[in-house]
Design a protein around this ligand. Structure first.
Ligand code: MN
Length: 247
């Protein structure tokens, strides 16, 4: 099996190497990753300039260092550098729970693979202000991949497209849980500040107004469980569509 490994934290992230090493237990790994951090770039793609790359090594793996977005890296890996049967993204420095899925470059890199007809899994590690230890997560990542490969979760295309699975790892896990994406209300805040030269600037911030519901991705990670959320590509609100068609 050919496995493409990418991320949004950039090619020098220790999370990328840990994921590549875990993936190598299951197939031949090629790494294609952004040259610099591309977190919170979402599903951006580069269309107004050409993409360039440098050959690199990530641990013992052949790697390509691309001056593009996470989604660009997936596209290049699939089209130019050997293709893949499975695309893995991460391990991200920080969880991607609930609304994070909209902003996450980690999830977008995986979603780009699904757009191109390949199953994909995004991995993110809850940091919670503590120092990260990606190497310690390798056995858990391997366990998740083994489970997904053995139970057919990566072959299931009943939703009309290859599987897209958003995995979030608590720092110390006690088990696994299939979850739904948590949706909760936020109060957006824009906090004004001042730089040392007296120039005004703004910081974006958001405060959750509601707690995570049971069975959701955030609830699982809060309770020390590895969260596995199957995501879909089609975002149509079926209930509202139905209602509007009947008017
Ligand atoms: Mn990131």
């Amino acid at each position: 099996m050919q496995i493409l490994v990418t991320n949004d934290d950039g090619i020098f992230s220790p999370g990328l190497q840990a994921l590549a090493e875990a993936a190598a237990r299951f197939g031949d790994v090629t790494v294609v990753a952004p040259d610099v951090e591309q977190s919170a770039m979402g599903h951006a793609i580069t269309i107004w300039r050409p993409l360039t790359w440098k050959k690199a090594r990530v641990g013992s793996f052949e790697a390509y260092r691309v001056n593009g977005t996470p989604a660009d890296c997936t596209a290049l890996g699939l089209y130019r550098w050997g293709g893949a049967d499975l695309v893995l993204s991460g391990i991200n420095l920080g969880a991607n729970l609930g609304h994070d899925v909209w902003h996450s470059g980690t999830v977008a890199a995986a979603r780009q693979a699904v757009f191109f007809g390949r199953p994909a899994v995004a991995f993110s590690l809850d940091i919670n202000g503590e120092e990260q230890d990606f190497a310690a997560q390798k056995p858990t990542v391997e366990e998740v991949l083994r489970m997904l490969l053995e139970n057919g979760a990566l072959q299931d295309s009943s939703s009309g497209h290859p599987p897209l699975i958003n995995v979030n790892l608590p720092r110390r896990s006690t088990g696994f849980r299939w979850t739904h994406q948590s949706v909760r209300s936020y109060s957006g805040k824009v906090i004004e500040g001042e730089d040392p030269r007296g120039r005004k600037h703004f910081w974006f911030s958001a405060v959750p107004l509601t707690g995570p519901d049971e069975g959701s991705d955030r609830w699982a990670v809060d309770n020390g469980l590895v969260s596995l959320t199957p995501l879909r590509i089609e975002l149509t609100d079926e209930k509202k569509l139905e209602k509007n068609l009947q008017k």
